[in-house]
Design a protein around this ligand. Sequence first.
Ligand code: NAP
Ligand code: MN
Length: 264
Amino acid sequence: MKFAVQSRRDDQSNELMELAKSYLTEFGLVLDEEAPDIVLSIGGDGTLLHAFHRYSNRLDKTAFVGIHTGHLGFYADWKPSELEKLVLSIAKKEFNVVEYPLLEVQVHRKHSESSTFLALNEVTIKSPDVTLVMDVELNGEHFERFRGDGLCISTPSGSTAYNKALGGAIIHPTLQAFQITEMASINNRVFRTVGASLVLPAHHNCALKPVNDQQFNMTVDHISMTETDVKSIMFNVANERVRFARFRPFPFWERVHDSFVANE
Ligand code: NAP
Ligand code: MN
């Protein structure tokens, strides 16, 4: 089995990374940063986002596991003190793989080629200084003309991140779905949006169409880009899925509880 390690690059994460590398090598695993079967992410959820995008071209062949050197994460749910246990389980292949749905976004441009991205958490569409104006289509039918700060389109596992801060629902990652959440929509006698988060199933799609060639900013997880020449942005549940190595049960609602509710 081949492995790679991604570190947040602080001292503690780097130290743990070196330890993980030597343990795993001792157990006969081979360090392969190009084509790993398993990727250990050491840091936070943000570190796992980096690891995901680094290996997003081989998701069907790679399983991820996250160790948190800061607070408990949703993707980074192993404690540093559990490293030895983790290494043993990996060496003995005593783990299950759970799969979570991803969001696919296709940017169709007017004068240049279109591009496709995968998001583990979400895609956001915002306008840097002026009101964002976008037509929203669901399954090819006009739904609303959105005016406001922006829109957040999230995966189920990303629903606990930016989406939650915007008042969106937390979606269990066994559901093949994606969620559209508003950022400060303008609503008055003239302008109207639905004013609630929408949760769409796997066979539905959403298209956003900039009005008046508006320039906007798009983020895909931690990656940010500026777009100027866009005809439409299409969203749907991706065919690809992300795979997490699970060594012990840690149910999603328990992680939600421990991250947001528990105060002990
Ligand atoms: P960051 O600014 O360091 O991350 C913001 C926070 O989101 C961190 O505490 C991060 O956890 C946490 N997070 C990431 N994925 C999560 C998930 N699936 N569930 C719950 N919390 C999660 O930036 P980053 O580390 O590069 O992460 C990029 C992400 O930041 C974006 O995907 C977006 O979801 C999030 N974000 C949130 C807001 C907001 O809540 N208002 C605004 C912008 C972006 P760690 O500390 O463990 O890394
Ligand atoms: Mn972070």
